[in-house]
Design a protein around this ligand. Structure first.
Ligand SMILES: [Zn+2]
Ligand SMILES: [Zn+2]
Length: 368
């Protein structure tokens, strides 16, 4: 059945988000409706509101959530009403070339379902009956969300909702960049540029992998404080410490084994590349705007055999990785509760976006 409830809507670019009462359509074949219990406010949501991520309004935001299955559509046999689940913002169709290669983060269906469900339509209508876009193909910053069952990963219901929600984006993206994409080795040295939600998780992923030195770079001392709590052994604030590449060279001798760019700027991608040693790996995790480019000196490229790669959703295999990350949390090896530095009601969503822009939180979470 269709349900009504509140949702956080981006109506117009560069305007504050608004909370509206909308209608959530009933799940069709292979779909489920979740009652959302917690939703993280991620930088990508903010990037959608200012056009950095070119997914057009009007849309219901949110892509990092935990919820309880409220209704299942025809053909859904492996999820039941009452199951607790985390949302994966890639649907992992299981059939395309990339899913078949074991790289579902690159799923072709996910790449085409960015503002609708995989069938190309919306399950959300506003009070005038106009369909709204599904940001990131899910739209979970709302009291309910109807989505494809391939976006839904059942989890242990004992995990606190706010902690579980963050696994669906920030934790998977950051920890996955270190563990899955770069495969950080024990004893290595790692640079993480940008200590926001993703950067902090890249830092804790590198620490979890046994990196000996984890160097966090950020312009804000408050974020560098968080970075230290999440496993950074050294911090660099370029506004007081000067050129971060020179500082990394001072600390490592010939450059770090790995560098992660967690901001989304060409200039910091160049810094990441220049911070690694010969044969090292630089990973771009941050999502830039479409116009951003990166400049590298070409002469040394063959001589240094460095690797520059991207990391999409931490090279996630959500069905395998989400339960693994939650096991690490239960074993006190992964910090999730500590990421949540503020919680909000859905009515306070505009404040949550303001706080995100100001860098006030490790992560702000809307609780329902
Ligand atoms: Zn996100
Ligand atoms: Zn696929």
């Amino acid at each position: 059945m269709a349900r009504t409830g509140k949702a956080v809507v981006c109506r117009e670019l560069n305007k504050p988000v608004v909370v509206e009462t909308v209608e959530f359509g009933a799940p069709k074949r292979d779909e489920v409706t979740l009652k959302i219990t917690a939703c993280g406010v991620c930088h990508s949501d903010l990037s959608a509101t200012n056009g950095t991520i070119p997914l057009p309004p009007p849309s219901v935001l949110g892509h990092e959530a935990c919820g309880v299955v409220e209704e299942v559509g025809e053909g859904v046999t492996d999820l039941s009403v009452g199951d607790t689940a985390i949302v994966s913002w890639i649907p992992m169709c299981g059939k395309c070339k990339y899913c078949a290669m074991g790289r579902p983060a690159l799923c072709d269906v996910a790449a085409s379902a960015t503002i609708t469900l995989p069938d190309g339509t919306s399950r959300i209508t506003d009070s005038s009956g106009t369909p709204l876009n599904h940001f990131a193909g899910v739209s979970v910053m709302a009291e309910y969300a109807t989505m494809h069952r391939d976006n839904v990963i059942r989890i242990d219901p004992e995990i606190p909702a706010a902690a579980a929600a963050l696994v669906g984006c920030a934790v998977m993206t950051g920890v996955g960049a270190a563990l899955n994409t770069a495969k950080v080795q024990p004893g290595s040295s790692v640079v993480v540029i940008g200590a926001g939600g993703i950067g902090l998780n890249t830092i804790q992923g590198a620490a979890l992998a046994g990196a000996e030195r984890v160097i966090a770079v950020d312009l804000e001392d408050k974020k560098l404080g968080f970075a230290t709590e999440f496993g950074a052994t050294h911090t660099i604030n370029p506004s007081t410490d000067g050129d971060p590449v020179a500082k990394v060279m001072e600390l490592t001798g010939d450059g770090a084994d790995y560098a992660f760019e967690c901001i989304g700027l060409g200039s910091t991608v160049t810094q990441a590349y220049n911070s690694i040693r010969k044969g090292g790996t630089a990973v771009v995790v941050g999502v830039s705007n479409l116009a951003e480019t990166v400049t590298l000196g070409t002469f040394l490229i063959p001589f240094q055999e460095k690797v520059l790669t991207g990391s999409m959703y931490g090279s996630a295999r959500p069905r395998e990785d989400f339960p693994k990350l939650l096991d690490l949390y239960k074993a006190n090896r992964l910090k999730l509760d500590e990421l949540v530095t503020a919680t909000y009601s859905i009515d306070d969503a505009p404040q949550a976006f303001d706080d995100l822009q100001k860098g006030a939180n490790a992560r702000g979470v809307i609780l329902f």
